[in-house]
Write a protein that binds this ligand. Structure first.
Ligand code: ANZ
Ligand code: ZN
Length: 852
């Protein structure tokens, strides 16, 4: 009866079909069991298909999901496609086929792959972010953000690749160059939609305490948010060319001020000039006539540089004088205002008070342009001033009433003093920037807003009678921008044949005249749709919510279902997504939480990341190096179970590991051996297992369970391999029932093989019940008493004469047993004064001391 060889081909397709037919992995809403939501990052369906890196995350979390089901949890383990965005668009551009077509094809192919791996996804909940039934809710959430005043248009620099002729997202700029073509990236100013994620900065930081993320992942979130405490100080601008006191008064009334952000208010008396970022809006306003040309040329040149280039510490400082001056708020001195690209527009206020004696960049700048340097902080040790800036803290000098104070205390006092005079206050600044939420690409969710000139003029004119009272915060913040009514969602992405980037920097949608012209939903007048689309981060910012209720047409998900399934119990994904994606989705979730639309403040209870898989040569896998392992080949040759087990066995889950083809063969042999051993056990009739094997089995159950929950899939598998060896070397002294326990432990890892072998051993329940499966059997319980170490009695002799006995754990190391033996009272007496010449040790049996 028993088939001769392990034929993965027939087994795997057979069981996959059956599991699909009986809906084995369907998650049931409100089932009366504890829920467990296991989530993996959903993939981009690119032309490259799924690779072994996807396999690592999917197979491991699949084993977890399967074990959790056997442990009695109602598991939600869903899957879907993050199908908008650049990868899909790039692929379409490369192949010349419309992204809608290639996306569908790519999904079909990747789905076939994922299915061939035997993953236990609940396919009935599959989602696709490009499906208008899905993105209607992405648009809906955006509109809620807009209405709450968390979306605004701003003129900001965008990264322009002059070779690809497109605007690049920051993450597509690598070391100042375009990620795809390598050409240098220029910065251009453009109006973009922004989302005010900074309004949530503190909560995104503080609530990290509520979650169990791996330490380095938490740290990345903290660094990215980059909270820093300091002072904003306002410097008043003098009228250009002025100097006389009478004119100073005049300007007092004009109130042109330059706010700066500093973490070192204690150095206020050392400020000798101010520096603005080239992008600073005040540059144009304050530059005097005579300096205009020079300043404009400098600003144009710096826009060509990337942020990274600008921050390079060792670069020679460049800059230009605006001709304008500010007053020092404490000393009343006139300070020149310069422009330099080492000041970034996106940090602090985009302007700095330069303290060359105590800031190295300011120091270099002052040297370069012969500006004055004034020392105001001293410290006996550590100062190399005037060779370089002294950046440490110390005692204040030449600082008026604040002299002799220590830095920290001085900073607080100076801040309070400034506040009293209305020219400064304590401030917190974040590295985190608001989220640039528009892209000039075709393949994305349309932003559901229209622009109406008529409405703009009503709001802009400040006419109180025009009924601005019923406007949302968003409309008041963005005059003329009118949301598409919720009942008209989704705003479907029109089918365009010209989907390639236009070369002008505008979205291809701008050319779709019919689609762009609409009636204003507010006043009925002529209006234009927003033609920018959402970034590829949008759809993934809330997809885990949709899985709770993927077919809902009235809401993004029902609150009862959200309450049942959320938060995600365990989320795994790539290390490259542990900053932005995690922050963005946590931000959206918190926003929805504030609207009482989701049950808790955090979306994911636990977050882990898998290590990258390298090619067999230890290099990053890439087509050009020819070291790419195609999972389809592995599955075809060795089967999905081998692929799965190898993906988990190859090394510690969280570490970078090289693919080893020999390792794959080793895993395949292991599974073959499982097959063969099962054949032997099927034929024999051992009623009760060898005691020591039975103990080992119990230990195995415990170990696998613990290892899976702590991401040690590799050691769990090693323990199963070890157990199998023991079975073979102990002459198969395993009862059928115990062997079935072993199969149940292995089932989450090699689901097809174990299902088949379980069936071979127990065909009846399968025949009787079409829905019967090993994957529905309970996870075996280990007996704690069986885990305890087994004790053996060891005889202790001195010169061959029995002097005592001791109990020790089986297989205890020689060294330890001998130590115990020496301590037995009778033995001690015999050994006192004698010299041991030899110690004979028989494992688990005897110790014999030979003396002279
Ligand atoms: C005066 C000063 C004196 C500063 C001194 C430092 C030392 P962190 O700690 O990273 O938050 N700064 C502020 N805005 C900037 C911008 N847009 N581009 C470049 N530099 C900027 O950094 C805060 C410090 O970075 C601020 O404190 C400011 O320089 C500079 F002895 O102000 B400091
Ligand atoms: Zn209107």
């Amino acid at each position: 009866m028993f088939p001769v060889g392990y034929d993965h081909r027939s087994i795997e397709s057979k069981w996959q079909r059956r599991w699909g037919e009986i809906g084995l992995y369907k998650a049931r809403d409100f089932a009366g069991k504890p829920k467990n939501y296991v989530l993996i990052e959903f993939p981009y369906p690119s032309g490259e298909r799924l690779h072994v890196g996807h396999g690592r995350s999917y197979c491991a979390l699949d084993a977890l999901a399967r074990m959790r089901r056997m442990q009695g949890f109602n598991v939600l383990f869903p899957f879907g496609w993050d199908a908008f965005g650049l990868p899909a668009e790039n692929y379409a551009i490369k192949t010349g086929v419309h992204p809608a077509v290639t996306t569908e094809e790519n999904i079909a192919n990747a789905k076939k792959q994922a299915k061939s791996w035997g993953l236990s996804f609940d396919w009935s909940r599959e989602i696709n972010t490009t499906d208008s039934d899905y993105y209607r809710w992405t648009q809906w959430i955006f509109l809620r953000l807009f209405k709450e005043g968390l979306a605004y248009k701003a003129e900001i620099p965008v990264n322009w690749c002059s070779s690809c002729k497109i605007n690049l997202a920051n993450e597509e700029v690598v070391a100042g160059a375009c990620e795809r073509c390598g050409a240098p990236v220029r910065r251009r100013m453009r109006e973009q939609w922004m989302l005010k994620i900074t309004a949530y900065a503190d909560r995104l930081l503080d609530d990290l305490e509520l979650v169990d993320y791996r330490d380095d992942i938490k740290q990345q979130q903290i660094n990215w948010i980059g909270r820093s405490e300091g002072t904003i100080i306002k410097f008043e601008v003098l009228n250009p060319g002025s100097g006389a006191n009478s004119e100073r008064l005049e300007i007092r009334n004009s109130k042109l001020e330059i706010p700066v952000f500093t973490t070192r208010a204690d150095t206020l008396f050392g400020v000798t000039f101010l520096v603005l970022a080239p992008e600073h809006p005040l540059v144009k306003k304050i530059t005097v006539k005579g300096q205009k040309k020079r300043v404009e040329a400098y600003v144009a040149a710096s826009l060509k540089k990337s942020e990274l280039q600008r921050q390079e510490e060792r670069r020679k400082k460049t800059g230009v004088f605006t001709g304008a001056y500010v007053w020092h708020p404490a000393t009343g001195e006139k300070l020149p205002v310069w422009v330099s690209d080492f000041v970034l527009p996106s940090y602090g206020t985009g302007a700095v008070m330069a303290v060359p004696a105590h800031d190295q960049r300011d120091f270099e700048f002052a040297k370069q342009f012969r500006l004055s340097i004034k020392e105001v902080v001293k410290n006996e040790s550590g100062s190399k001033f005037p060779k370089e800036a002294f950046t440490g803290e110390g005692t204040l000098v030449d600082s008026g009433q604040f002299s002799h104070l220590q830095s920290r205390q001085a900073a607080a006092k100076i801040t309070a003093w400034l506040k009293k005079r209305g020219c400064g206050e304590a401030a917190v600044d974040y590295k985190l920037r608001d989220w640039v939420f528009s892209r000039q690409h075709y393949w994305g969710e349309p932003i559901p807003l229209v622009f109406c000139k008529n409405c703009a003029s009503k709001i802009g004119g400040g006419n109180k009678d025009s009924g601005t009272g019923n406007l949302s915060k968003g409309e008041r913040l963005n005059p003329g921008w009118v949301p598409v009514p919720e009942k008209d969602l989704p705003v479907k992405l029109p089918h365009l044949e010209k989907y390639k980037p236009t070369g002008t920097g505008e979205s291809p949608l701008a050319a779709a005249g019919d689609w762009v012209s609409v009636e204003c939903p507010r006043c009925g007048g002529p209006a234009r749709r927003e033609t920018d689309t959402m970034p590829n981060w949008a759809g993934s910012s809330w997809y885990f919510l949709r899985y709770a209720d993927p077919h809902n047409r009235k809401q993004f998900a029902s609150s009862r279902k959200l309450k049942y399934w959320l938060p995600v119990d365990w989320y795994n994904g790539g290390m490259e997504h542990t900053t932005l994606h995690l922050l963005y989705s946590r931000f959206w979730h918190k926003f929805l939480y504030d609207l009482r639309l989701v049950p808790g403040p955090e979306p994911y209870s636990k977050r882990t990341s898998h290590g990258v898989i390298l090619g067999p040569d230890g290099q990053k896998m890439s087509k050009s190096k020819g070291n790419v392992i195609n999972p389809d080949d592995v599955v075809a040759e060795f089967g999905a179970d081998t692929f799965r087990v190898y993906e988990m066995f190859m090394g510690p889950f969280e570490q970078m590991t090289a693919w080893d083809p020999k390792g794959v063969i080793g895993v395949h042999r292991f599974l073959e051996r499982v097959w063969n051993v099962s054949g032997v056990i099927c034929k024999q009739s051992v009623v009760s297992s060898d005691k020591s094997l039975e103990r080992k089995l119990h230990r195995l159950i415990k170990k696998v369970e613990e290892d899976v929950l702590s991401l040690k899939f590799n050691t769990a598998i090693a323990a199963m391999m070890e157990f199998l060896k023991e079975v073979m070397s102990s002459d198969y002294r395993v009862a059928r029932a115990d062997w079935e326990v072993f199969l149940r432990v292995l089932a989450p890892f090699a689901p097809h093989l174990c299902e088949e072998l379980f069936y071979q051993l127990n065909p009846k329940p399968y025949v009787r019940n079409h829905k019967f499966s090993i994957h529905q059997q309970p996870w075996p319980k280990y007996d704690p008493r069986m885990i305890e170490e087994e004790l053996v009695t060891i005889v202790v002799q001195v010169n061959g004469k029995l002097r005592g006995k001791l109990e020790a754990a089986r297989d205890k190391e020689e060294e330890k047993v001998v130590e115990l033996a020496e301590k037995l009272p009778a033995v001690r007496i015999q050994l006192s004064g004698a010299k041991i010449t030899k110690t004979i040790f028989l494992s688990n049996k005897l110790v014999n001391f030979v003396t002279r």
